[in-house]
Design a protein around this ligand. Structure first.
Ligand code: NAG
Ligand code: NAG
Length: 533
């Protein structure tokens, strides 16, 4: 009864009263007071909303309870409120002091695993606001706050299973009475990976389908209480670490083929065929959290490299790992990255492909190549994370005049590139640690034959002649303009080795010259000119 006559300024004592009784979420003024782990990552999923009147309203709603869907409830005030909500449009600059209905409130879901530096920047779909304006300018509810809480903006997640056991596996959901409910059979291999839609905290068990018909009497191969959006491998893809026979011949052949392929693409989009950019904070937050939450086995598995796929990645001498992305999350990322890539390429694009996250490990090399021509016109490399990388591991991209550029990336950096046209690779072995990338691909809207076209008007001219170039920095200085050319449109990434390829054979010599065995030896031809400085 007292609450009815209380003035808004007196809400705080009321709240602390509630806290004493354990009904209200804690209020924080500083986001640093959220639970972060020793890696400075958010340690729990958080459901957050404005302190004061909204918090009172939300805390009293029985359909959303602290701890439900594995989310901790937190009320935000002061700086914390501003950091998370302040950048949104039409949002009051402090928590509302009265709230007659949810209409007056806001909410957000912050994902466990998010880097502390971007914790206040979740993707737009993770915010809840009352609704949208209709034609008359009246607000209409689009999604009730409690359905938002149970949606894939928050508590509902996609979780995937990839089976590397020798037999099919049977997946069971364990219901709230502890009873197994058959869900589906999982076939073997990446192509048969299955993503289900479930909720944080739900439990699943996976049983061998052999030898008994009733799988529940067979070996239980895995059990999981879903912690977040993710994917898990049951056992692992077996990669043989047998040296490739006749490796040099295969590499030479491959590089000759790639050289020929890159010449067949007519259409260009940009002066150099690539450029460097940066993920928006909310994409960095989302991608980084997904990676962090799935960075260890059994979530990451070996990438399925076999002899059939060629020698592009030296999988026979280093571990090359893979983390798949759930479908709906992938769609959101693809759409968002498409907008960025369209600005870069200057044309409207169709989404064609997003590969998962590839983890390279110490000693990894990626042969110079171009991507599939019909689908990979304008693409993006995203560096998701690096662990213990002590020397920069550059991505090598050849521009439209086949000059080599070497680009250094930090987590959250992107490299746009014309992936069927601009030869690219990472021939220098990764010196130490793990390096995690994601690749996404687009092509001009409705045009699978884009590569046969002439450039439309207003396409930037490919940068061919840049005059004389000189090494003005250090031979191991990357992405900092170590090479100065008469025309500085060449940018800061030209390789200090000043290598220009004129043939597949040149690409082969480059591969040899930067490889592990050849570090000390002299190199022949074009490649050598600066190597010996
Ligand atoms: C968080 O992001 C910042 C900015 O990119 C970066 O410097 C930092 O290393 C990241 N922290 C973690 C724990 O990954
Ligand atoms: C990075 O190096 C440290 C120290 O050698 C090690 O403890 C840690 O496990 C390494 N991290 C990864 C992800 O390899």
């Amino acid at each position: 009864m007292r609450a009815a006559v209380i003035k808004p300024t007196l809400f705080l004592p009321l709240l602390s009263l509630l806290t004493d009784h354990g009904h209200a979420a804690p209020t924080i003024l500083d986001l640093a007071d959220l639970p972060f782990n020793e890696d400075n990552r958010l340690a729990e999923h958080i459901f957050a909303y404005p302190a004061g009147a909204c918090a009172t309203l939300i805390d009293s709603d029985k359909t959303m309870k602290d701890g439900h869907h594995g989310h901790k409830f937190v009320a935000l005030d002061g700086e914390a409120y501003n950091d998370v909500f302040g950048h949104l449009q039409d949002v009051p600059n402090s928590p509302p002091t009265t709230a007659n209905s949810f209409h007056d409130c806001l909410a957000v879901c912050l994902e466990k695993g998010t880097n502390q530096s971007v914790v206040a920047r979740p993707l737009p779909h993770r915010y809840w606001q009352y609704g949208e304006k209709d034609d008359e300018g009246e607000m209409v509810e689009v999604d009730a706050i409690n359905s938002f809480f149970g949606s894939d903006s928050c508590g509902r997640v996609e979780y995937g299973f990839v089976n590397y056991h020798t037999n099919p596996i049977k997946l069971y959901w364990i219901d709230f009475d502890g009873q197994p409910k058959f869900n589906q059979v999982l076939g073997v291999g990446e192509r048969q990976t299955s993503f289900i839609t479930t909720f944080v905290g739900h439990k699943f068990q996976l049983y061998d389908s052999m030898p008994n018909e009733d799988a529940l009497t067979n070996e239980m191969l895995y059990e999981v209480i879903v912690p977040n959006a993710g994917v898990v491998g049951i056992k692992n893809f077996a990669v043989s670490h047998i040296p490739e026979e006749g490796l040099e011949d295969k590499v030479r052949q491959t590089l000759n083929t790639e050289w020929t392929r890159h010449l067949k693409v007519k259409r260009t989009f940009s002066p150099l065929g690539f450029s460097k950019g940066r993920l928006p904070d909310d994409m960095y937050a989302s991608m980084g959290a997904f990676y962090y939450n799935n960075r260890n086995p059994p979530n990451k598995v070996h990438e399925e490299w076999t002899k059939m796929k060629g020698v592009f990645v030296n999988y026979w001498e280093t571990d090359c790992n893979f983390i798949q992305i759930p479908w709906r999350l992938k769609k959101r990322w693809q759409k968002r990255l498409k907008e960025l890539t369209e600005v870069w390429a200057g044309v409207e694009l169709d989404i064609t492909d997003m590969y998962g996250m590839r983890e390279y490990t110490q000693g990894a090399r990626l042969l110079t190549h171009v991507d599939r021509v019909t689908t990979h016109a304008a693409s993006m490399i995203v560096n998701i994370a690096q662990e213990n990388v002590t020397k920069p591991w550059t991505v090598e991209v050849h521009d439209h005049a086949d000059r080599l550029h070497e680009v250094v990336m930090e987590p959250g950096d992107i490299v746009y590139y014309e992936s069927a046209k601009a030869l690219h690779g990472r021939n220098t072995p990764l010196y130490s640690g793990n390096y995690i990338n994601l690749f996404t691909h687009y092509r001009p809207l409705g045009d699978p034959e884009w590569y046969t076209r002439d450039n439309p008007e207003n396409t930037p001219e490919p940068l061919m002649d840049v005059g004389e170039c000189r090494l003005t920095g250090q031979i191991d200085e990357y992405s900092h303009g170590a090479v100065t050319c008469d025309n500085n449109a060449i940018g800061p990434h030209l390789s200090p080795k000043m290598f220009t390829a004129n043939s597949g054979e040149d690409l082969f010599l480059w591969w040899k010259s930067v490889g592990p065995e050849e570090k000390e030896s002299k190199i022949v031809g074009e490649v050598s000119s600066r190597e010996e400085l």
